[in-house]
Design a protein around this ligand. Structure first.
Ligand SMILES: [Mg+2]
Length: 162
């Protein structure tokens, strides 16, 4: 039951950061909708604030005709607060990723095929596994915490760019 097949853990696409993903990228993947992870993807772990740019990123996706919905393993009040910051988009908290039930629910709600939904997330063991198991498009970003560590390490090693 907890067996993970090797191919299930591979993303279809890799990005560094959520803001690197454009509406054209999503369309080129064959997707009409985005299922978005929160922690370490759109907000720092446990934070009640989106990282800078994600609000505009979401608005830009929606303006480009791409539906966006939150699928997060976080609790309901936090998912609610973060969704409000994205214009009140629909969200599924306690999503139980890597189980596929939340992705299937989201696809039905958004009226797209599972294969037309890109799941964007930082975690192989939840987001990417769930996407692959659901037959959705698996889009991996680097965890925000890792990006932060890397830039702190670079700053320590090489000094500030300023
Ligand atoms: Mg995450």
């Amino acid at each position: 039951m907890f067996l993970i097949r090797k191919e299930e853990a591979f993303p279809d696409y890799n990005y560094n950061h959520i803001l690197d993903i454009t509406p054209d990228d999503i369309k080129a993947m064959g997707a009409k909708a985005v299922a978005l992870d929160l922690d370490n993807t759109a907000a720092e772990f446990g934070s009640f604030h989106l990282i800078d740019g994600v609000k505009e990123w979401t608005e830009n996706m929606i303006a480009s005709g791409i539906k966006v919905m939150i699928i997060s393993n976080t609790w309901i009040s936090r998912a609610f607060i973060l969704s409000r910051q994205m214009g009140g988009i629909a969200f599924i908290p306690w999503s139980l990723k890597p189980l596929t039930i939340s992705l299937r629910t989201a696809a039905r709600y958004l009226d797209v095929e599972l294969s037309e939904m890109a799941m964007i997330g930082d975690k192989l063991s939840s987001d990417i596994l769930a996407a692959n198991r659901a037959g959705s498009i698996a889009v991996k970003v680097q965890p925000l915490s890792a990006l932060k560590r890397n830039s702190e390490a670079a700053q320590f090693l090489f000094g500030s760019a300023k």
